[in-house]
Design a protein around this ligand. Structure first.
Ligand SMILES: Nc1nc2c(ncn2[C@@H]2O[C@H](COP(=O)(O)OP(=O)(O)O)[C@@H](O)[C@H]2O)c(=O)[nH]1
Ligand SMILES: [Mg+2]
Length: 449
């Protein structure tokens, strides 16, 4: 990337479209000078005190573009840590485009996605885990996901990583002392202390790694796949859980052919519900493709909701205790109709999508299934896939260091491994800033953030 930090950037920070107001941001050394060139009010932006705002006009030459509120934030007390000007203009597509164009004409350059937050990171306003939390916060769909993102933004995860880092640095200091003064060696009682400290670091890393499932669910939603024979009421169940008629429901078998995906909020947990084409032998090419898609969805599911029609015979191949490592719930639908003798004594949740009977119980059962496997509500920290990759490497290096210690090999080996572990931890917070990680991370942002 050849974008310079020195340049002053500008962007529309609110979503494209019509709204009451929109926000255009300018950040960088020249931000206030750029604002001076385009703003007409009682005072010039360079005369306005920090963190205050003034009413005025944005002008292009002699022509007024819009009446706006403009606020000035001087470095380092701003979101980006640089001089930052925020212009609240009317929220029309053309108006905001003209205000931005005036900023660019006056010397700013168009910002890349995430560049404001990237500058906040580069100026030490936040570490990488906090920058990632900004994305999580914007994308959060439930209160639980929001709370987790907010805690990460406050630096909870960064603090845990910093604590681990501190312990590794201390271990490393001991080892290096042993390398520098080999005649003193590592005495047996110190040896035991080192081992227990290293073991504690490894355990803390494993504990953090265990939160990755929770993190994925809060960020992307738990994948729950509704499947079963045609006409059992799968699409009806999706509609009931969503609260509106999303999928077509029909007495004609084979109606749902494509998979339909919607996110619901089940007591704070985002759940990605997939309604699928019913499983049956079919001569229809499109339906066969739908069934192939169902099978693929099943493979990637966290939770399987098997819907069956209690009014008809048990389908061939039905297994009550489906032996998969995924969570599985058997739902006998149409409990308003008489039960076919096949189902007698079968352990399943009886529900009715017509009357909504049993749906409360279904919600309970879903929550119970997923809390057994994925969620630890007491822990607010929930790592993402990038953190997981770094932590896995850090743990592997600590494991190596541990076997070096047990094998009584030269302390130099252990020092190398501990340094590798430190490097991997530093990638998480961005202390070991590599441009590659940064580019990938900030590219996920929207422009103006
Ligand atoms: N009596 C009764 N009919 C239902 C119930 N749930 C769904 N149906 C009906 O069963 C038929 C098939 O439903 P649908 O949701 O399209 O099933 P899918 O093929 O599994 O998606 C439709 O005519 C629904 O109205 C229920 O609880 N009781
Ligand atoms: Mg259907």
């Amino acid at each position: 990337m050849t974008f310079s930090q020195e340049e002053t950037i500008a962007a529309i920070s609110t979503p494209a479209g019509e709204g009451a107001i929109a926000l255009v941001r300018i950040s960088g050394e020249e931000a206030i000078a750029v604002a001076d060139r385009i703003f007409r009010g009682n005072e010039k932006p360079s005369e306005i005190p920090s963190q205050t705002q003034r009413l005025g006009e944005i002008v292009e030459g002699d022509r007024a573009i819009d009446q706006v509120m403009l606020s000035v934030h001087r470095a380092p007390a701003s979101y980006t840590g640089e001089n930052l000007v925020e212009i609240s203009c009317h929220g029309g597509i053309l108006v905001t485009a003209h205000v931005l164009a005036a900023c660019l004409e006056a010397g700013a350059r168009a910002a890349r996605p995430g560049e404001f937050t990237e500058r906040a990171f580069l100026n030490g306003k936040m570490d990488l885990t906090q920058a990632e939390a900004v994305i999580d916060l914007i994308r959060a769909r439930t209160d639980v996901a929001l709370r987790s993102a907010r805690e990460q933004l406050e630096g909870r995860l960064g603090a845990r990583i910093a604590a681990l880092r501190g312990e590794l640095v201390q271990l490393l200091a001991h080892i290096e002392a042993a390398i520098d003064f080999p005649e003193e060696g590592i005495v047996p009682d110190e040896d035991a202390r080192l081992r227990s400290r290293l073991d504690s670091v490894r355990q803390q890393m494993r504990d953090l790694l265990a939160t990755v499932d929770q993190g994925r669910i809060l960020r992307e939603g738990l994948r729950a796949v509704i499947y079963g024979p045609t006409n059992a009421g799968k699409s009806s169940l999706l509609n009931r859980l969503l609260g509106y008629e999303r999928a077509i429901v029909s007495e004609k078998p084979g109606t749902t052919r494509d998979t339909i995906e919607e996110v619901i909020n089940l007591r704070g947990i985002p759940i990605r519900l997939l309604d699928t084409a019913g499983l049956r032998e079919s001569a229809d090419e499109i339906e066969r493709e739908g069934i192939a898609r169902t099978e693929r969805s099943l493979a990637g599911a966290d939770l399987l909701l098997e819907v069956l029609d209690r009014n008809v015979a048990k389908p061939a191949g039905f297994m009550e205790n489906n032996a998969t490592d995924q969570s599985h719930l058997v739902l006998l639908n149409k409990s308003d109709l008489t039960e076919h003798p096949d189902w007698q004594g079968v352990d399943a949740l009886r529900i009715c999508c017509l009357t909504e009977n049993g749906l409360e119980g279904l919600e309970e059962a879903i929550i119970e299934k997923i809390s057994q496997r994925h969620l630890q509500p007491e822990s607010g920290v929930a790592i993402n896939a990038r953190h997981r990759d770094c932590l896995r490497r850090a743990l592997a290096s600590c494991d190596l260091a541990s076997s070096t210690l047990n094998g009584r090999l030269a302390p130099e080996y252990m020092a190398v491994d501990l340094r590798a572990a430190l490097g991997a931890l530093d990638e998480i917070t961005g202390a070991a800033d590599t441009e590659e990680i940064r580019d990938a991370l900030f590219a996920q942002f929207c422009i103006g953030k």
